[in-house]
Design a protein around this ligand. Structure first.
Ligand SMILES: *Cc1c(COP(=O)(O)O)cnc(C)c1O
Length: 373
């Protein structure tokens, strides 16, 4: 089945009691046990499993063409669970242009757990080969990267990871399975912040891991999920499941808007550079074209001028709300360097843009006005 159909069928909960078409929300934390000690429907306690979570996990796994999925209370909790499945002394290779908190989590928390980390520029796979150590167990890819939209070659990097007995994980939050399916490109695991495109309405926090195989690692993650309890509530699962139904249509429409906006901005005299993988001028356009199904709805621009000039423009934009996060129906803009802090290597004149579902002509007008001197 195609992704638009899967988004509808995989999120349907078959309600045998009332026959409801929309899914019920199962708020119950506990489920009835039979006199023989069994559980009629397999549910025992909501930290371990819940009908809404199971529907969500199966749906996300099917959208990413994986064998098994795990839902968490946030993207960072999904990342945490994966790192917790590693052993002290293991080494991780991460991108130097990754979601800021991913690298900080390793530096601040998992260094005390004994995890070692090397950050590299992943636009050249040879940098990963050079960073491999005997104890490297995980290569973390984020493509397109945050906030500079760098593209890494998933298949090439997965091959290097596998030659060295390491797993290849892709944070696929920005592309969503509509724009990129890493498990079909030889990655082993996909991570998502479902807070973004899956939820799609900026009103629910969530995360997920999808594994290509239901193997020993999957069992380990199932245990970690159940024991640590960093799970989404039934209502959170319900909201994300509801979001999935329109995910393919939203992402396609937002991607089209992002492409048109990037073309407009690229030709504007007040813009120094536009970073969008769908532009032929993007340095890794060829790789993006090869591995992406759509170029996504995120872009960043470097304005002509300094940090203050960039901040001023965010104030002049009326349609683009100045706020962090991405993937919702409403367009957002954010000055990244001032969010990431003094150690950030993000250019001071860079604005990150999450393109929403408003009319593209209104978006272009808004930027045109904001960039007018
Ligand atoms: C938002 C985000 C995360 C973290 O997810 P939360 O749901 O905020 O915990 C991780 N990676 C990327 C690329 C993100 O955009």
């Amino acid at each position: 089945m195609r992704i638009e159909t899967l988004a509808i069928t995989s999120t349907r909960f078959e309600d045998k009691n009332a026959g409801s078409v929309a899914s019920p929300i199962f708020l119950s934390t506990t489920f009835e046990r039979e006199t023989d000690g069994s559980y009629a429907n397999g549910y025992i306690y909501t930290r371990a499993d819940n009908p809404n979570r199971q529907t969500l996990e199966k749906s996300i796994a099917s959208l990413e063409n994986g064998a098994v999925g795990f839902a968490f209370a946030s993207g960072m909790q999904a990342t945490t669970a994966l790192f917790q499945s590693l052993e002290p002394g293991n080494h991780i290779i991460t991108p130097n242009d990754a979601y800021f908190a991913t690298n900080v989590l390793i530096q601040e928390v998992f260094s005390r757990w004994g995890l070692e980390m090397t950050m590299v520029d992943m636009t050249n796979p040879e940098n990963i080969r050079a960073a491999i150590r005997p104890n490297t167990r995980l290569v973390w890819i984020e493509t397109p990267s945050n906030p500079q939209l760098k593209i890494s070659d998933i298949t090439a990097i997965a091959a290097i990871a596998h030659e060295n007995d390491a797993l290849c994980v892709v944070d696929n939050t920005w592309a969503s399975p509509v724009g990129q399916q890493p498990l079909n490109l030889d990655a082993d695991i996909v991570m998502h912040s479902t807070t973004k495109y899956f939820g799609g309405h900026s009103d629910v926090l969530g995360g997920a891991l999808v594994l290509k195989k239901d193997n020993e690692l999957a069992q380990k993650l199932r245990d970690i999920q159940k024991l640590t309890g960093g799970v989404p509530s039934p209502f959170d699962c319900w909201l994300i499941t509801r979001g999935i139904k329109t995910l393919p249509l939203r992402v396609k429409a937002q991607t089209e808007n992002a492409y048109k906006l990037s073309l407009f901005l690229e030709n504007h005299p007040e813009i120094e550079a536009v970073h969008y993988p769908g532009l032929p001028s993007h340095p890794q356009y060829a790789i993006a074209k090869k591995q992406m199904l759509g170029f996504g709805a995120m872009l960043s621009v470097q304005v002509k001028g300094n940090e203050q000039k960039a901040m001023e423009i965010t104030g002049k934009l009326k349609l683009f709300t100045t706020a962090t996060s991405l993937g919702g129906v409403e367009s957002l803009v954010e000055h990244r360097k001032s969010v990431e802090g003094i150690h950030s290597s993000t250019p001071e004149n860079l604005l990150r843009v999450s393109v929403g579902l408003e009319n593209i002509d209104d978006m272009i007008e808004d930027w045109n006005n904001a960039l007018a001197l």
